[in-house]
Ligand binder design. Sequence first.
Ligand code: NAG
Ligand code: NAG
Length: 258
Amino acid sequence: MKSFAPVLVLISFFVCEAFIASSTSTKKRNSSITQHRSFFGFGLDEKQASTSTKDNSLIQKTKDIIQNKSGFYSPYDADVFAQDFVFRGPFVGPLNKKDYLATMDAFGIYKAFPDISANAWGFNIDPENPNRVWFMVRNTGTFSGEPLIPDTLAIKPNGEELNGCPETFSIIFDEEEKMKYLSVGYVADRFDGNTKGKGAAFGIFNVIGLPLPKVGPVLSFLQWFGSEVYGKPPLSYSTDVPEWWQKKSKDKSSQGFL
Ligand SMILES: *[C@@H]1O[C@H](CO)[C@@H](O)[C@H](O)[C@H]1NC(C)=O
Ligand SMILES: *[C@@H]1O[C@H](CO)[C@@H](O)[C@H](O)[C@H]1NC(C)=O
């Protein structure tokens, strides 16, 4: 039974995890330039610099985090995470900074999938929140590296290819431009890719050949057991969550936004 909890947690984690973040800022932006650009429908990313230096800086930071610093697609850089960081997906989270980083260490995804890529695109600033960057990913990679979750399950690479479906991600930055919130895994077209409509997590499950529990009481129990009883990473939610998040939601894991 030793490996039971981590399997479940893995499942829950990979199930298209995503987070919902919030910010108190709802200032309306002057959107005349944005509207003009969207009307013509091109050049949105590259022309951003002419719109606002801050927008451009946050979008560059987002690209750098996803490519180089997340712990999922590459080793993490703990410095880019705010102390009150929260991670949330539809099934996994809220995870605080410590638990998120420990969970990334436990999975070793970028080592198991040496060519993993988010193939991210469509970076843009939330018109309701100037500190929030939205973007899409379509994960690809080959399970050809080291075993996944090496310390417990050690799932052996099988050479299978991951071609994920498009998913919506977002990052909210704080005033110091540290990452305060990361939301991932909201599937935008479940008919795309080879993961049967599953996002990052479930997509990877399909590829590594593990059975997936359906969203429901069993999965919820397993997530509860993994986080509260077993208590070792990978975790599906934190028991100690920053206060700002608790004001937004007390929900833990597995809400089932499939
Ligand atoms: C928005 O920006 C344009 C161009 O700089 C300016 O002419 C216009 O007055 C601004 N509108 C608002 C509501 O601030
Ligand atoms: C990722 O890191 C590499 C190496 O430091 C750098 O050249 C590249 O520009 C970074 N990517 C982004 C999107 O900043």
